[in-house]
Design a protein around this ligand. Structure first.
Ligand code: 9MR
Length: 389
């Protein structure tokens, strides 16, 4: 068990600020990581043999659709395969912050209660998605007044203090900052907060310091989508610079969250799957771990746009690409913590509505371990086999 996981023991008994009594009809606590239907050992049980957990993104809506835990089919699948969950959207400023002085925890609380009720670990995504596109509108046009530095610091620290106070007892690993790189400028993104505070680094650093002050034992993570495809080399270099800078400035960031939205946008004739820069990716991971950062796989799924429509062939190629990726990542066994998919079922996975991932034939993207009828796909076996090995 990792140090920060050890510090997490006993939390389920304590339960922080949330109470199960508010969760009408909460099912009895179930063992995590048991066998799944069909006699397979769960992905989480296999992952735990290597000292880490397997999990997925989840959502909450009243309608009980898609990745919502109020969808009984999705909830059952999560319970059978996973030991850890992460909110897809419910902890973002857009969800929590309807206005500068209000918080709406309703959806996030449902997820947190569900996790407690099912003895499921929860990780946090995210205290600050450092991108104007994903700020609430009011924050993009906010009037920071006569002392903009002080007001920006107050807003950010108040947010972090409030969210960590609510869920801090339950969550051991936190995405503190997400996706801070501006690909045009090859530098951290300017936002309303960074303009008020003077520069983006000031915002990023403050977010981590504020989180550390409230979460002395938690794992604090910088999360981003730099990846092993050759097209991501520049992004990897930019993230490395950011991590180096944080290290030099003594910023309390413990780990890099590697989102792992891996992509097959063309076929490499040598492998029959998407191109990946194995040597470059190893160099990147070596550099990151060499600086002392731990690694997580936080949002795994696969874009399949360049593969043929035929389901059997496509699923086999997606599984092949998945296996190559996990085999390489698991070489970093000593540095790699939890592994999470960005959804377990194709139909509710974000790639169905992410325009750049759309297939030319218009067919559904098959980028998750289960198909839209909740049947396992070869990708699930590829993950299991890689974890097993
Ligand atoms: O999957 C999420 C999608 O439903 C949201 O519309 C979108 C904007 O909030 O965010 C998606 O999740 C992203 C995650 O928060 C950060 N990494 C990339 C994910 C996919 O875009």
């Amino acid at each position: 068990m990792r140090d920060w996981q050890a510090s997490r023991r006993g939390v389920l008994a304590g339960m922080g600020g949330l109470s199960l009594t508010a969760c009408a009809g909460a099912p009895a606590v179930l063992p995590v990581g048991g066998p799944v239907a069909g006699g397979n050992t769960s992905l989480d049980a296999i992952a735990r043999r290597g000292g880490r957990r397997f999990g997925t993104a989840v959502a909450w809506n009243e309608a009980g659709t898609g990745m919502s835990l109020s969808n009984p089919d999705y909830a059952a699948l999560v319970r059978s395969e996973c030991g850890i969950i992460v909110p897809e959207n419910e902890m973002k400023w857009q969800a929590l912050r309807p206005s500068p002085d209000a918080y709406d925890f309703s959806a996030m609380d449902e997820i947190a209660r569900w996790a407690l009720a099912h003895a499921m670990e929860l990780r946090a995504h995210v205290l600050l998605w450092h991108r104007p596109e994903w700020f609430p509108d009011w924050l993009n046009s906010y009037d920071f007044g006569a002392n903009p530095v002080r007001e920006a610091e107050r807003l950010l620290v108040d947010h972090i203090a409030t969210v960590t106070a609510r869920y801090g007892d339950q969550i051991a690993s936190w995405d503190v900052v997400n996706e801070a790189i501006d690909h045009q400028r090859r530098a951290p993104i300017e936002t309303s907060l960074s303009r008020a505070m003077g520069n983006p680094e000031a915002v990023i650093d403050l977010a981590f310091h504020a989180a550390r002050e409230r979460l002395p034992d938690a794992q604090l993570v910088y999360n981003d989508y730099m990846s092993w495809e050759p097209a991501h080399a520049g992004h990897c270099a930019d993230v490395l610079r950011l991590l180096e800078g944080m290290k030099k400035r003594g910023v309390p960031c413990d780990a890099l969250g590697i989102q792992s939205h891996i992509e097959i946008f063309e076929i490499d004739p040598a492998t029959g799957v998407g191109p990946y820069d194995e040597a470059g990716w190893r160099r990147f991971l070596d550099d990151v771990t060499g600086m002392g950062y731990r690694l997580l796989i936080t949002e795994f799924d696969v874009k399949d746009a360049a593969l043929p429509g035929d389901i059997a062939l496509r699923d086999a190629k997606v599984a092949d690409y998945t296996r190559r990726y996990f085999d390489l990542m698991l070489e970093y066994d000593d540095h790699l913590d939890d592994i999470l998919a960005w959804g377990m079922v194709d139909a509710s996975n974000w790639l169905q509505y992410f325009e750049p991932a759309a297939r030319p034939d218009g067919l559904e993207v098959r980028g998750t371990p289960y198909d839209s009828k909740y049947r396992t796909k070869p990708m699930r076996d590829a993950i299991a086999a890689a974890l097993q090995a």
